[in-house]
Design a protein around this ligand. Structure first.
Ligand code: SAM
Length: 570
């Protein structure tokens, strides 16, 4: 057996764009990924589908036993001949016990390599606009653990530390008071500026600045929580000028949730709505193939359990393997992670029904051709169409996946209460609460009642709102109703309020040919529905309502996000 190897890899402060190229390559190719609490789902999303992911975050009070467990695990997996990636937040050798892990592997004769990472002790201050050795204020910086600061057992030399220009304390939130007191007692001025940076580069990033003497009280008052980094020194003052740098890095969700739209889910939607993908995936999902392939199954077993032709089944299984959904093993075909996670009935994250609903939207070309020739009045509803309950389940399911991506792309901080109108209120509420826990959020679904506009107007009593998010309008409203709903929603906003639409509409003025859009169009038309709204028609309507800043961009699952702001005096 080929001997395995362990890579101790620094994953940086939690943002995938801050991984080193080597780290990204190892995460993509590793057989086993052993990771900690501070590793984000976006980073883990890079792993190959067949990788084994093992969470080994430490729980409070169990540090030592857990560390031994990790050592044994690395050893066992390497001895199985696997390529093991041990992912650690920041840099693996800075307060992360990476040194001990490397020592253990060396003692047991296991090949290993250490890959440095972007270290939070420097990245977190940087994110807050603090240059830790700014030439005007510091020529030395010390990185200190705040973890060992306790009444009886501390080995830190406070006298020496208090004379260093810039001090960066990691793992310090619980001991802020003690750290400040020790530094002041050792001669540092109580007025020295200090900053606490929580969750740098995540959505929950917050920065607090205060004099050393009061930083602990201020942090308590503001409810600062780990992970956070404390900086003490004159360099904090210079932040005023540096904090306005524009950030190009994408903002990330901060809760470690396992339910973000991952590339795999997005890919599945693209597959499901492409012509060949619709047939192949539709057949496989509907016939329960992925449920069967949770365990390895041979082609002949699949064929005989369903009374199918073995050659045809082999072709289908090969095609699904080529799509990266299943793999061929010695014991037969079996699901890769994306299939187990999204395409089986039993999975909590199953996209099965949502995908089948999307596929069902692709009606035949003849319905569209009929519409093109004769217009709405001659179109007939296709038989066996989607019922109201199916539509509701599909739109709610879509929102569940799209809401986190939408919320990631907008900035509602400081705007005031949010009103959500449409499908998926729960999903939008959760995504909003994760990013802006303080912002009041109200949701309303007027599409379940016959009159879609009146319930929205009734919200006036609760307004004005800082933003109104409209979702699923185009699937649920007739042509002129869309216009009336836009007017109603705009009237609920305060002066600088933002109108946000997340929906599926045509991307320009012309009708493009993708079969999903045409399928959806034909279906709405056949139901006696509206002339589909294109983004340019929508932009025109929003300008007419006084919005001067209207933007449209594609987001997850082939949908569009349109934001309208810049109204004044309305
Ligand atoms: C166990 S230490 C590991 C440090 C890591 N090896 C490194 O190089 O960044 C964890 C501490 O790093 C700091 N930290 C990690 N990620 C952070 C982030 N995104 N924002 C602020 N501080 C962070 C916090 O002080 C946290 O308690």
């Amino acid at each position: 057996m080929r001997p395995g190897k362990v890579y101790l890899v620094g994953a940086g402060p939690g943002h995938p764009e801050l991984l080193t190229l080597k780290a990204a390559e190892l995460i993509r190719t590793g057989d086993v990924i052993v990771y900690d609490r501070l590793i984000q789902e976006d980073v883990l999303a890079l792993t190959k589908p067949s990788a084994e992911r093992l969470f080994m975050g430490k729980s409070v009070g169990r540090h030592d036993s857990r560390q031994e467990e990790i050592h044994e695990l690395l050893l066992a997996k390497a001895r199985e001949g696997r390529m093991v990636v041990r992912l650690k937040g920041g840099d693996p050798f800075l307060f992360g016990r990476g040194g001990e892990e490397a020592e253990f592997l060396a003692e047991h004769g296991v090949a290993f390599e250490v890959i440095p990472g972007v270290c939070s002790a420097l990245a977190a201050p940087l994110s807050a606009g603090i240059a830790v050795t700014h030439r005007d204020a510091a020529s030395a910086v010390a990185i200190v653990t705040g973890h060992q600061v306790s009444e009886d057992a501390h080995q830190l030399d406070w006298g020496a530390l208090s004379r260093i220009d810039t001090l960066v304390f990691l793992m310090s939130v619980a001991n802020l008071r003690r750290i400040a007191a020790e530094l002041v007692a050792a001669g540092r001025s109580p007025d020295t500026p200090a900053a606490l940076i929580q969750m740098a580069f995540w959505h929950g990033e917050r920065v607090l600045t205060a004099p050393l003497a009061s930083i602990a009280d201020e942090a308590d008052r503001a409810g600062f929580k780990p992970p956070a980094t404390l900086v003490v020194g004159e360099v904090v003052r210079l932040r005023e000028k540096l904090q306005h740098a524009e950030r190009d890095l994408k903002r990330r969700p901060d809760d470690g949730s396992r339910f973000e739209p991952s590339p795999a889910a997005d890919q599945l939607f693209r597959l499901a709505t492409g012509a060949a993908g619709t047939q192949l995936l539709g057949f496989a999902i509907e016939s329960g193939l992925f449920d069967e392939l949770e365990r390895p199954c041979t082609t002949s077993a699949v064929a005989s359990s369903r009374g199918l032709d073995a050659d045809a089944v082999e072709e289908i299984l090969e095609a699904l393997a080529a799509l990266g959904l299943i793999e061929s093993t010695r014991d037969g075909y079996r699901n890769l992670e994306a299939a187990s996670r999204y395409l089986t009935r039993a999975s909590a994250e199953s996209l099965r029904d949502v995908l089948l609903g999307q596929m069902a939207l692709s009606t035949s070309w003849s319905a569209l051709a009929g519409y093109a020739r004769r217009g709405v009045s001659h179109a007939r509803a296709p038989e066996g169409g989607e019922g109201a309950g199916d539509q509701q389940a599909r739109l709610e399911g879509l929102a569940r996946f799209a809401a986190p991506a939408v919320v990631e792309q907008i900035d509602l901080a400081g705007r005031g209460p949010i009103l959500h109108v449409g499908w998926g209120g729960g999903a939008y509420g959760d995504a909003v609460a994760r990013r802006w826990p303080q912002l009041p959020f109200t949701t309303l679904n007027p599409f379940l009642a016959p009159d879609h506009v009146a319930p929205v107007l009734e919200c006036r009593a609760r307004g004005p709102f800082g933003s109104v998010i409209l979702t699923g309008l185009f699937a649920s409203c007739q042509d002129e109703e869309v216009g009336r709903l836009l007017v109603a929603a705009a009237s609920l906003l305060h002066d600088r309020g933002l109108l946000i639409l997340h929906d599926r509409f045509l991307p320009g003025t012309l009708l493009p040919p993708p079969d999903l859009v045409l399928g959806a169009l034909a279906r709405r038309v056949a139901r006696g529905g509206c002339r589909t709204w294109s983004t340019s028609r929508l932009t025109e309507a929003l300008h007419a309502l006084g919005f001067t800043d209207v933007r449209a961009e594609p987001v997850a699952l082939n949908t569009q996000l349109v934001t309208a702001g810049g109204r004044s005096g309305s």
